[in-house]
Design a protein. Structure first.
Length: 421
């Protein structure tokens, strides 16, 4: 079988790294659930992260969705302003998003190939990989996946099509992404009934009007059909209730179809380029466990901010020890202990507008922050809860503020609180 090769191609070298426990989040909490965290969110480079996960998770992940950089050679910005007119991009307040810039295709493949190797190793024997790319590099990736999985393990090429403005005048407008699906073996999960959609109204009318329609083979019109391998979902820019401002965010409907089709409740779903967190959020909402990671702190905290309003099992937040980021961006610095006789906690008005969410560990052990109470700013309308009742909690308390609309997580804790007894 032909394989794709280049001068610097190589499998990943084992990287000795440790995942350091930062905190535990109990979404929707107001208490400490008794179960241990089944969901894991990790800040750091996914090569050492996946290497560190091998001990416990090699051959155990049921579904991996991978949405890596596309080799677009662009530098993406994040929308960080509030109340802006979505029709006036020139007025948007922007912050750092992520960079998808590579010297050449070889350097891009040097990034992608070793990560695909690790994903293959982490997949269970009945697991499935969805690799989401576009025209820039998907054809190179197809050859790499054929090499890793075998040509016979290629299941589908999904075309995700969408509408939107385009400046192109010298070619057809590029309005689709490509998702390659590979299975680890011939025994894999595919829940056809979980993703059925209604037949087109014209099809229903055709079968109603003629007994000869379908050459005598009448489908179960009420049951619906398994979708074709081309899917239409609007881009997130058109979905006001989903937008986080994070660049290249994928629609929830797209990930819901993937997760319903290729996993079961209780299965483990992973996304090592999690970005705004759509895959882990949908996985948790559908009763799956997740492992998600990203190199950018903004991605991790965008994901947390989407999770804390859900009724899901606890999330373990970890940091890969090789991360080299300023201490002002490390959430571990955002803890403040105050005495057990505090009965209520409120935020000063000058601080209120700068926060996206805040959380309290009402029985802090002085070591591991356990977020058992959270207050989150509503996505569109309404106000962030400015006061939390702590009566009934006798231990010491700790608090963490998170601000996503600026360049750093809020850190000036001592100036930003008022305790009311």
């Amino acid at each position: 079988m032909p394989i794709l090769t280049w001068e610097t191609k190589g499998s990943p070298e084992p990287i000795k790294s440790e995942l350091i426990q930062d905190s535990i989040i109990y979404p929707g909490g107001f208490g400490y659930p008794s179960q241990e965290p089944e969901n894991h969110l990790i800040l750091g480079d996914n090569i050492p992260i996946m290497s560190a996960l091998m001990t416990d998770y090699e051959g155990k992940i049921d579904l991996i969705y991978a949405d890596p950089p596309f080799f677009s050679n662009r530098r993406y910005k994040t929308r960080i302003g509030r109340g802006e007119d979505s029709r006036r991009p020139s007025e948007w307040q922007l912050g750092e998003g992520y960079t998808d810039h590579w010297e050449n295709i070889e350097s891009y493949l040097d990034m992608l190939y070793p990560r695909l190797v690790l994903m293959y190793q982490l997949l269970s024997s009945t697991g499935t990989l969805y690799l989401h790319l576009d025209w820039h590099a998907v054809h190179y990736a197809k050859l790499l996946l054929d090499e890793l999985f075998g040509v016979d393990r290629f299941l589908n090429e999904i075309i995700w099509t969408y509408h939107g403005p385009s400046p192109i005048r010298s070619a057809f407008k590029r309005k689709h992404d490509t998702i390659l699906i590979y299975t680890k073996s011939k025994d894999y999960t595919f829940n056809a009934d979980a993703v059925r959609i209604p037949y087109n109204s014209n099809t229903v009318k055709t079968f109603a009007s003629s007994s000869k329609a379908g050459f005598g083979k009448a489908p179960d019109l009420k049951r619906g059909k398994v979708p074709e391998d081309w899917w239409y979902f609007p881009v997130v820019a058109r979905l006001h209730n989903e937008r986080t401002g994070y660049p290249t965010q994928k629609p929830e409907g797209l990930l819901e179809r993937i997760i319903r089709a290729s996993s079961n409740p209780g299965d483990l779903v992973a996304d090592f380029f999690c970005g705004s967190g759509t895959a882990p959020v949908i996985a948790a909402r559908l009763g799956r466990k997740f492992i998600a990671s990203d190199l950018k702190w903004r991605a991790i905290y965008t994901t947390i901010s989407r999770c804390i309003g859900l009724d899901i099992s606890p999330i373990s937040l970890k940091i890969e020890q090789r991360m080299k980021i300023p201490r002002t961006q490390v959430p571990a610095d955002n803890y403040l202990s105050f005495s057990s006789n505090v009965k209520r906690f409120s935020i000063r008005p000058e601080v209120y507008d700068n926060l996206d969410y805040w959380e309290v560990d009402p029985n802090w052990d002085g070591r591991l922050f356990r977020s058992a109470i959270q207050a989150k700013r509503p996505k569109r309308k309404g106000k962030l809860l400015g006061q939390i009742d702590l009566s009934g909690w006798d231990g010491d308390k700790a608090i963490r503020f998170v601000r996503l609309n600026g360049e750093q997580v809020q850190t000036e804790i001592k100036k930003n609180y008022t305790s009311v007894r």
